[in-house]
Ligand binder design. Structure first.
Ligand code: ADP
Length: 477
């Protein structure tokens, strides 16, 4: 089976959040199962930093609804296993940020992703990769299934929602720039509630729809989590599947991670405390071995419940607890965490920015890992944390609810369902108490280090995607 996997972020070439991890690790896992997979993404500026790229095709003619734009196709690969095709058009994609600055989209977002989706439609024929299934991911690819469904050669499409909170919603006046004037059926597929909505188009027109955990697949069919698209999703509930994301356990392994000051494994995790000491020194926290350290690695967004964390921290530091927070995004949240560091420099470290190596040292050096998300489609942070022996403290929602349990005998973390600072504080308090039972805690860390790589690696989920592709092929006839 040939699959063309389409995404705006693909690790290591471009990553903002979990989508980048998934698009970088699922295609190789599918290739390991014998599928023929190629990936296509825009040539963002960051892509060039990761190895030499070859020119695969100089003149890809992209029809923008009557207006033609010539793109170049470059190629690279994921681990020498999966070809990656980059759509190169510098005016649209050679920019400092992938989406835009400070968590907002560039003003021409509707147009640049219309161009990308149209390039994706033209690609299979141009490079001789006639995909059986085209698999789009998140809003920047939402136009792909619509163009294929209403184009000359319909084929099976899968559309995966990684986060319904980002829909690619634009005023109808953008239709012309997107080249929709001559394509009324495609335009209708995009129209939702008086806007042009990429996500709505993907949901309506793909052969099957999926999202990244079972619980989130249920949640998004309700008003509370559907972000205005719940009725579209309910209408497609027979074609809507939930497949939990996996983690690339070779990339996220504390036994081999070169960013860490010391390596450790489930068999011998004594060196984890050396990682904690080094992290406290690196971030300027007080060298307090007897204080539990809570790590946070996150996009700074309302979704992530970081305002609740900021509210909880002043009390938790007095128990005492320490916090190491790495993230970037919405400015008011960045300011809140900077202030917390200023008032509690011994116990709160805030690093504003995106830094893979620091993230790794936080997962390794932290005793606990906090994710108080308001909603969480899957969440990778909590799974990575468990692979590194940091015990998650999470809200009971979406993929967090599917992967973390406080129930004995399977306890692997701490979970709260009252979504406020008190609920979070209570869960942090239970984690704090458990941490002071040093033997019990070591058992929990060891159990997570042992089980997480097995439970969360891609094997099972890649198998589910393969059967989803077969379902799409059957349903597409
Ligand atoms: P989301 O996709 O909503 O951002 P996930 O938990 O699914 O959240 O995935 C986040 C991924 O991005 C993880 O791999 C995490 O380590 C990484 N990440 C998030 N913020 C940063 C940051 N500031 N620096 C480094 N890595 C980050």
């Amino acid at each position: 089976m040939k699959v063309l996997f389409v995404a705006n972020e693909v690790e290591p070439y471009a990553k903002v959040g979990g989508l980048g991890d998934v698009a970088g690790s699922l295609p190789p896992a599918l290739a390991d199962r014998g599928l023929q997979v190629a990936v296509v993404m825009p040539l963002h500026r960051s892509c060039r930093r990761h190895g030499p790229l070859q020119s695969a095709l100089e003149g890809l003619e992209v029809d923008m609804g009557g207006r033609s734009i010539t793109a170049e196709v470059m190629s690279g690969s994921l681990g020498g296993k999966v070809p990656v095709y980059f759509i190169r058009h510098e005016p649209y994609f050679d920019r400092p940020d992938i989406y835009g600055e400070g968590g907002t989209d560039y003003p021409d977002a509707a147009e640049r992703y219309a161009f990308f989706c149209r390039a994706v439609r033209a690609l299979p024929e141009a490079i001789g990769f006639e995909a059986d299934v085209v698999h789009g991911n998140d809003w920047p690819t939402g136009l792909v299934p619509a163009l294929i469904a209403h184009g000359p050669s319909p084929r099976a499409t899968v559309y995966t929602i990684h986060n319904l909170g980002y829909q690619g919603r634009f005023p109808v006046a953008q239709a012309e720039a997107m080249g929709l004037e001559a394509e009324p059926a495609v335009r209708r597929a995009l129209t939702h509630g008086g806007w042009l909505n990429y996500m709505a188009a993907g949901i309506r027109t793909s052969t099957v729809v999926s999202t990244v955990s079972r619980r989130y697949a249920q949640e998004i069919q309700t008003k509370a989590f559907g972000a205005g698209l719940e009725n579209l999703l309910l209408a497609r509930s027979d074609d809507l599947f939930g497949i939990r994301n996996g983690v690339d356990c070779a990339l996220w392994d504390p036994a081999t991670d070169e960013a860490l000051p010391a390596n450790y494994s489930a068999d011998d995790h004594a060196a984890k405390s050396a990682c904690k000491t080094a992290l406290q020194a690196e971030l300027g926290l007080a060298p307090e071995p007897d204080v539990p350290l809570v790590g946070v690695v996150t996009r700074m967004a309302w979704q992530k419940g970081l305002d609740l964390l900021a509210e909880a921290i002043p009390q938790a530091v007095d128990w005492p607890m320490q916090f190491a927070v790495l993230g970037e995004g919405e400015t008011p949240l960045e300011i809140k965490f900077r202030r917390l560091q200023e008032t509690q420099p011994d116990r709160v470290a805030t690093i504003i920015g995106y830094d893979d190596a620091v993230a790794r040292r936080i997962y390794a050096g932290a005793d606990m890992f906090a994710m108080p998300s308001r909603y969480e489609p899957c969440g990778l942070g909590q799974m990575i944390a468990m692979c590194y022996g940091a015990v998650p403290v999470v809200s009971w929602t979406g993929g967090l609810a599917d992967t973390v349990t406080e129930e004995l005998p399977d306890r692997n973390g701490f979970v709260f369902s009252d979504l406020d600072a008190t609920g979070l504080l209570n869960a942090l308090g239970r984690a704090n108490d458990a941490w002071h039972d040093r033997e019990g805690w070591a058992g929990l860390v060891r159990a997570n280090l042992t089980r997480a790589p097995h439970d969360f690696c891609w094997d099972q989920s890649a198998e589910h995607y393969e059967s989803l592709y077969r379902t799409a092929l059957e349903r597409a006839g």
